[in-house]
Write a protein that binds this ligand. Structure first.
Ligand code: SAM
Length: 205
């Protein structure tokens, strides 16, 4: 397990990283990738959407653009991250919470989205099951995860820090969570980094 696959450590890490997060994150995750994430959730204009691990609100912005601020509920573990998103989207609903224990009833949302957070969850299967649980039948669960690097040395270093699942591993988690019609793309922000992440989507039966 990577050193940051621990909730307490992830929260402390983001408490400080949050000061520079908005400058660093766009180097790795492009707006095109975030658009793809929300496309794969197949959201309609009036849909009620959950975002898990919203951070400072980069992906929230794309969700808000599609459904409006009032139709977005976002959860994050780290107050220092979330406070920036709260300031940007005053009419959305933000909750401090844990992806692996979502504070919602079953079948509340039309879709659940998480971009770039699963790599910190100690039990990713549980987090995906939680997202599926709170999503209505027919709705989609979408995750963006940093993909297992192909290079051995890069992979060893990356995995010592946090989770970099293979695409197959993501597919297995989605299948085990009972999701159907599973689709994925491997993509990246640059031509030389064209498979940095996997974006995976599945439908709640
Ligand atoms: C790389 S940021 C991604 C933020 C955002 N989704 C984006 O698109 O920029 C990862 C976020 O996941 C949050 N996080 C880590 N573990 C979490 C957990 N167990 N439950 C909820 N959020 C978590 C962190 O606090 C951090 O804000």
């Amino acid at each position: 397990m990577g050193i940051l696959e621990d909730k307490k450590r992830a929260r402390i890490f983001y408490k400080y990283f949050s000061k520079v997060y908005d400058y660093i994150n766009p180097i790795f995750y492009s707006s095109k990738m975030r658009e793809k994430v929300v496309d794969m959730a197949e959201v309609g204009r009036d849909d009620f959407i959950l975002e898990v691990g919203c951070g400072t609100g980069f992906t929230t912005a794309e969700i808000v653009r599609r459904v409006g601020e009032e139709n977005v509920v976002a959860v994050d573990l780290t107050p220092e991250q979330m406070v920036k998103a709260v300031t940007r989207f005053e009419n959305s609903n933000f909750l401090l919470g844990d992806a692996e224990n979502l504070p919602f009833r079953d079948s509340v949302f039309d879709a659940a989205i998480s971009a770039g957070s699963i790599e910190y969850w100690p039990h990713p299967q549980k987090g995906i099951e939680e997202m599926a649980r709170v999503t209505k039948s027919g709705g989609r669960v979408v995750i963006l995860a940093p993909r297992k690097p192909d290079n051995f040395l890069v992979r060893k270093f990356a995995e010592s820090v946090m989770l970099f699942p293979s695409t197959q591993q993501c597919v297995s988690w989605f299948m085990n969570a009972g999701l159907e019609d599973i689709r994925y793309v491997e993509t990246g922000p640059y031509r030389f980094w064209s498979k940095l992440v996997v974006i995976i989507s599945g439908r709640v039966p």
